[in-house]
Each structure stands twice: as structure tokens, then as C-alpha cells.
Design a protein around this ligand. Structure first.
Ligand code: NAD
Length: 466
């Protein structure tokens, strides 16, 4: 490696734009790596309409198009097809067998969706006039472009995680949603896991006292390989927390972020990569698909990002996907002046002092007292349908039930933008020796008066299973 340019090319960071990396002259010493990321956080924005608490007109039968029907999209077609009051109208994937597989699955729900397989057919899908919701499960780069195009064409958008890759894309999602008054929900399923929702309700009712500190993580030895065009391996040629939303979503909901508190700034630190690069080289020896990557640099194994909120709380978010032989962890830790909760390692635990965790009987009492209506009414059904233990179905069901009853969504476009913007901001901080960077306020100050989302199912809960 003999120049910054070489490093950037090898690290696969070119598409994010190039600032200064490392400094030798005094002129460069004052500059930041990836300065365009920092610059993009400084642009002024004004809210044109507040989508927090916005209830779109009710839709009796929600007509849905799925774009990207690989692993995740196909599973979504299967789950959503079981919900009352939906119609699967279209499935779209550039791999014809994937689109066909999704079509067949939808047939089981008695739907006969049209199949699209062209590279830009997602535009045709969004342009149709008989679709209400576009459900996006492609690779990351297409999430924001499709969601924006869908809203521009009068559709609500639901996108897999993260919703965007750049600060500008996050703002475009917000501004498009406000202008079109179309929902843009990021499908952060971990916000619907049973213990996470329980802790949100406990926090609201003061169980933890004043909230001080929270932690979230996604540590998973799943595989970066085996996806269309190796997109996930390619996307991991950047340093930063590239998949922050599983960790940050649930703890932001506990803290009422965007609705009473706000994220102010972050610092981010990354280890080196000790295993992805070596594995790619090993694979390349027998599999030509990996040869193009043997000189690439990959994401450092562990990213740790620390965030401070406007109300003076602290947050620690970690990410290590497929690179270390660690026990699966979607750490969800809440620490307050009266109590703490921690999930992962399992089973989840609660403590009210530094002595012992609460015992099974005490835990049961807490569950009885604090389990929210959503889980009481839909929890069993969700566990039957499944998807990460039921949380995926709870998320889909709640989205459809809100649309059918004209209710605000639990996760709005400000959540999608805020939780996703950790990707570019952590990239910036890691590249600048963990320097602090301000986090944009996508609500433009409305977080002070925005109200928490509803946990009671009031006005809804009318959607069944088919
Ligand atoms: N929330 C979760 O728990 C969870 C779990 C797994 C994956 N995901 C997310 O789901 C998304 C998809 O991941 P995956 O594992 O299913 O990947 P995948 O590669 O299996 O699926 C992506 C699909 O997008 C298709 N695609 C690519 N370009 C397209 C285009 N122009 N038009 C239409 N389709 C196109 C590909 O052919 C592929 O089938 C990612 O964003 C991932 O982060 C979320």
C-alpha cells in the first residue's frame, strides 16, 4: 500500500467519497477522512410535516408488492400471506427462480402475484396504481432508492435494515415521507421481540427509575457468503457499524428517542480484521468466486460505538457479524437508578440491586404486570407463525393492522433515518481515530414534544390470521 488512494480502493470505500486518510503535511493534518460525510451532517433541514404520530387513511385490504425475494424476502412473503386483509399483488427479483419461488409461496395464501425479473422492474412495480405497500428486501444499496421511489409514486414503504447507507439518503427518506405523507417504516424486527417490548413497557411505567445507560449489539457468527452477487461480503469492505439497527432500535425505544430524548453525538472504535480477509483467501484457493476479493481489506471484526443523548444518557452499540466464534448475542441492556435488565446471554434477567438476579417467580410476576397488549393478544399467534421466534410476524402483523385501522406506525421515518445514520457516522468516526461526530436530528426539534408510540393496541387489534 503506497498511497491513501490505494488504501481507499482496497478498502472498497470509493463509493462513499474520499477525504484524507492519515496525514503527513500540516495542511492535511487539519482535514478529516471522509469529510463529505461530516459535511453532509451540517446541511440545514426544515421539517415540512411531522410524520411522528401521523395516521394515514385506513386501507381495508392492503395490496402489497415484494421487491427482493431472496432469503429474507421469501420468508416475508410466507409470513405476510398468513395475515388477514392483505393481497400479494407482485413479487420482483432479478433472479427468476427466487421470484418464482415467492410467487408459489404466495399462491398458498390464494394470491396470484405478477412476477417481475428485470433489473429496474422495481420501478414498474412502484408505478402501478393497484399497490398500497412496497415491501423491500433487496441488498442494502437499493433500500433507500426503492423506498423513495415508492413513496414518490403514492405507496407506503417498508424496508429491510438498514434503511439507508448515507446521511443524504436518510434525509431524502425523511423529506419524501413528509412531502408525500406516506409511511416509511424500517423493518426492525428486534423491536418486536418479547423481552425487548416488555422492557419498553417497564421503562414507561418507571420500573427502572431514571434511565442512565443502555447497551445493544448484534454479534452473530452467520455468514457473509452465499448471497446474490456476494453483496454482503462486498458491503463489508468498509469499517464501521454496518448493521447497527438490531442493537440500537430496541434501546432507542426504551429511551423514547425521537419522542422525548434525542441522540446527540457518537464516537466509534473498530478492531482490525483478523478473520474475514484470511477466510476469503482460504476460500479463493478452491473457489474462483472469491479470487476477485483476495487483495481487499474487510471490516474490522468488532465495532464499538458510544452515543450520548440530549438528556445525558449513554449508549453502547456493538457489531460483529460473521467473524468471531462467539455465542450469538443481541445484547439488550437497560440500566436505571432503580433496576437493570439484560438479555443475552439467555435467559433474560432483571435485577434491582447488586446482589442477585430476580428469581423465576419474581420474573413471572413482572411479566404478568408489564407484558403489553400486543404480546398478550398476538404473542401466541406470532410464535405459531414464527420468524426469529415470532418477532418477525409480530412486526408484520402490527404494520398491517396499523395500515388497516389507519393508526400511526410504531416505527416511523425518523426512526428509520436515525438508526440507519449510525452506518455512515461510525464509518467517519472510525476513520478519524474515533473522533466525535454530531448525529443529525431528523425530527428538526420535534423530538421534544413528539409522543411515544402506542403500546395498547387502542383502535386496532382487529386483524386475524388466515
Ligand atoms: N431483519 C432481519 O432479521 C434480517 C435477516 C436477514 C436479512 N435481512 C436483510 O434483508 C435484506 C436481504 O437479505 P438476504 O439475506 O435475503 O439477501 P439475498 O441476497 O438472499 O436477497 C436479496 C435479493 O435481492 C435481489 N435483487 C438484487 N438486485 C435486485 C433488483 N434490482 N431488483 C429486484 N431484486 C433484486 C437478489 O436477487 C436477491 O434475491 C438485507 O437488507 C438484509 O440486511 C434482515
Amino acid at each position: 500500500m503506497n498511497s491513501r488512494r490505494d488504501f481507499i480502493k482496497r478498502a472498497g470505500l470509493g463509493t462513499l467519497g474520499v477525504g484524507f486518510l492519515g496525514c503527513s503535511s500540516s495542511k492535511e493534518a487539519a482535514a478529516y477522512a471522509f469529510d463529505e460525510i461530516r459535511q453532509s451532517t451540517l446541511k440545514p433541514h426544515k421539517q415540512t410535516f411531522n410524520m411522528c404520530g401521523y395516521a394515514a387513511p385506513a386501507i381495508e385490504t392492503v395490496r402489497i408488492a415484494f421487491i427482493g425475494t431472496g432469503g429474507r424476502g421469501t420468508a416475508a412473503v410466507g409470513r405476510v400471506s398468513r395475515i388477514e386483509g392483505v393481497k400479494v399483488k407482485a413479487v420482483c427479483d432479478i433472479q427468476p427462480d427466487k421470484a418464482e419461488g415467492a410467487r408459489k409461496l404466495a399462491e398458498r395464501g390464494d394470491f396470484s402475484p405478477d412476477v417481475y425479473t428485470g433489473e429496474e422492474d422495481w420501478k414498474k412495480v412502484c408505478e402501478r396504481d393497484d399497490i398500497d405497500l412496497v415491501y423491500i428486501c433487496t441488498h442494502w444499496e437499493l433500500h433507500a432508492p426503492i423506498a423513495i421511489y415508492a413513496m414518490e409514486h403514492g405507496k407506503h414503504a417498508a424496508t429491510e435494515i438498514p434503511a439507508a447507507q448515507t446521511v443524504d439518503e436518510c434525509w431524502q427518506l425523511v423529506e419524501t415521507s413528509e412531502r408525500t405523507k406516506k409511511h416509511c417504516m424500517m423493518l426492525e424486527n428486534c423491536c418486536y421481540d418479547f423481552f425487548e417490548i416488555l422492557t419498553i413497557n417497564m421503562a414507561r411505567q418507571g420500573f427502572f427509575g431514571d434511565l442512565i445507560h443502555v447497551e445493544g449489539a448484534y454479534i452473530h457468527s452467520g455468514s457473509l457468503l452465499g448471497r446474490w452477487d456476494n453483496w454482503r461480503l462486498k458491503a463489508n469492505r468498509r469499517n464501521g457499524n454496518l448493521y447497527p439497527t438490531h442493537g440500537i432500535g430496541p434501546v432507542c425505544q426504551v429511551l423514547n428517542v425521537n419522542r422525548g430524548d434525542q441522540l446527540e453525538y457518537l464516537v466509534s472504535l473498530q478492531s482490525n480484521d483478523f478473520s474475514i480477509g484470511p477466510l476469503v483467501k482460504e476460500l479463493a484457493a478452491t473457489n474462483p468466486d472469491f479470487k476477485p476479493f483476495i487483495n481487499d481489506s474487510f471490516r474490522g471484526n468488532m465495532n464499538t460505538t458510544a452515543i450520548r443523548t440530549a438528556k445525558g444518557r449513554s449508549m453502547m452499540i456493538q457489531h460483529d457479524y460473521y467473524s468471531s466464534p462467539r455465542i450469538y448475542s443481541r445484547l439488550h441492556l437497560i440500566s436505571g437508578t432503580k433496576a437493570m435488565a439484560q438479555k443475552y446471554p439467555l435467559p433474560a434477567k432483571i435485577a434491582v440491586g447488586h446482589g442477585n438476579w430476580l428469581n423465576d417467580e419474581e420474573m413471572k410476576k413482572i411479566e404478568e404486570q408489564y407484558t403489553p397488549e400486543l404480546i398478550k393478544r398476538i404473542g401466541e399467534m406470532a410464535q405459531k407463525v414464527g420468524g426469529h421466534g415470532g418477532m418477525d410476524f409480530l412486526m408484520d402483523w402490527r404494520l398491517i393492522d396499523c395500515l388497516r385501522n389507519g393508526l400511526p406506525l410504531d416505527q416511523n421515518v425518523y426512526d428509520a433515518a436515525l438508526w440507519s445514520v449510525i452506518v455512515p457516522l461510525s464509518i467517519w468516526s472510525v476513520a478519524n481515530k474515533s473522533a466525535p461526530i454530531d448525529i443529525p436530528d431528523f425530527t428538526c426539534g420535534k423530538w421534544i414534544t413528539n409522543q411515544p408510540f402506542d403500546l395498547t393496541l387502542n383502535g386496532g387489534g382487529t386483524t386475524g390470521l388466515i
